[in-house]
Design a protein around this ligand. Sequence first.
Ligand SMILES: [Zn+2]
Length: 428
Amino acid sequence: MSSLLIKNGTLIDPTQQLEARRDLLIRDGKVETIDETINAEGVKTVDATGLIVAPGFIDLHVHLREPGFEYKETIETGARAAVAGGFTSVCCMPNTKPVNDNSSVTNFIIEQARKAGLANVFPIGAITQGSKGEHLAEIGEMKAAGIVAISDDGKPVVDSGMMRRALEYARDFDLPVVDHCEDCCGATGWAMHEGQYSALMGLKGLPGLAEDLHVSRDIMLAEITGARVHIAHISTARSVELVREAKAKGLAVSCEVAPHHFTLTDRDVFESRYNTNFKMAPPLRAQSDVDAIIEGLRDGTIDAIATDHAPHHANEKMLEFDRSPNGIIGLETAVSLALDRLVHRGVISLSRMVELLSCNPARLFGLARGTLKAGALADVTIFDPVKQIKVEAGQFQSKSRNTPFDGWELRGAPVATVVAGRLVWTAR
Ligand SMILES: [Zn+2]
């Protein structure tokens, strides 16, 4: 098989406490050696001078839309967006049509991803059949087919008894439960965060309390079941505090944050003048929530950065604000936002960023990745921490364009992506 030599880069790998200039030699899809200087004859070489070489980035939360909504995204276009964004692996949510609640859908996703041959795609199975919250899905059968977690993402599991049973099953199958925390608390049909801006805009709001109630309930359920609960797209100050307390108690609770939730607030929704690319679930919150999220990223309460990449067709996003679907794409802007907003502002170090985007996601979902130790699968992300870029949604690999960051200028960007030793993408 082929070989690849990545020379002169700064290798950052928190799993071996490494942050130093090193060469990296890959053979047969695996890391062979890391050393100060490696010379290998006749081997394809990538010059990474001035660049960071890290274990491949893993996105725990994407929507690839296939089967059922191929006009928004396919597994192939989603995988292309992933590698263009510096992600070597993505975990895809089950809210397709049909829902991934049995092994035939799981097998279909794995097969389409294999055909695309770009990023690794790890399916997440549904918790309940059709994600309707009534009967448990075929969890054991899907686990055998290759799911890495279960979730009814997009919808909360409203029935606490059902959630308890799901956690007990998941514990027995050693699967994390990815938790979409949204207690309706009377707020159906909301369009944004409940606060001064929703009042000013005349839009129905969803209070932060809706998230906090579910996070609180599910932490208690994690405690009595011993199951692993992973809070998806955390967005409120109170929820971050609840996770911090759960971790202090030693519970198996983790959480992820989406780049838009550490970058934007409900004030940006107001200033966007009803731009539906600022509409997502959970909604963009208040500045005090964003401040708490930044602190959670800094102190280790937040385990991972995940995009919640949610492609929608332009026609769907052109509806009135309150009628437009929730969600924005994120795969091709996440790394630049993390560098610009977190690293360059001194919130986190580069090594902590690699933990949030690679080592921790691998550990949380039990993926044999997130490290560049000798013998590991050679998934590698190469990025330039200082490259100035302008976000151009028109140039994205994703089929969809629904991003609030179009035209933004950011510092730092991915430049090359290696999956199983194969260079699958390089920046123009
Ligand atoms: Zn989602």
